[in-house]
Design a protein around this ligand. Sequence first.
Ligand SMILES: [Zn+2]
Ligand SMILES: [Zn+2]
Length: 271
Amino acid sequence: MIADYHTHTRLCKHAEGDVEEYVRRALDIGLDEVGCSEHMPMPHDFDLRHRPTIEEYTSVYAPTVSEVAEKYKGGIAVRRGIEAEFLPGTEEWVAKFIREGDFDFVIGSVHFVGKNGSERSLFGREYHPEEIETLTIDYFESIRASAMSGMFDIVAHCDLVKKFGLRLGTRTEEAMRESMKAVKRSDLCIEINTSGLRKPEQDTYPGEHVLQIAKELKIPLTLGSDAHKPGQVGASFEKAIHLVEKYGDGEIALFEKRERRNVKVSRLRSA
Ligand SMILES: [Zn+2]
Ligand SMILES: [Zn+2]
């Protein structure tokens, strides 16, 4: 069994392709399941440049996923997911959107750090070297809070902050470990997100340092390419499967109607 639970479409304005193209690609490379997990729209048009509007999501994306899932039934299981945003102050709105969405799985992402998260985006800006330690601690604190929120099933790219250069010291290491303990306490899984292998970091999110902690805590794993182009579905999954064997007992978590089950991962039939 092999599944890619993290894909986008052009509707988020920074990706290419439509739902069916991603599903076709997943089928072509031999996946058993594919999760459609477009970025969640946010209230008050927050960060609208990187996500669909509420109207686009509900009248275009959601029905399209249902149609494509029906069309490909028997060939590949298409799961209805979403990449939700953890942003302090919006939890109630986000929780309601999730409740009403009839999802198979919900990925929780931290792209904005700290209590006034929108001031410290992880995208589109740089930080001074002396800011990195605080940013890293606050990032893992946000991951911890997102896990404790009870809204999500999967923690997205859980060491994304390393894109700014992660130098783990005592305080950052402690914050990171606490975030993973919260993930375990809340019975969530983390994804092995292969998009970092396409970025200057040249590493999965998370890398092996966090995966070792996840292994010690017995945190379940999912696989996600974070594809923003149809051709990226299942990208670098040979590497990700190797990590699942090393750190996840060879098992991945699958979701249906937000019920989780763990299955043995298999190799890609073709790539
Ligand atoms: Zn994106
Ligand atoms: Zn994503």
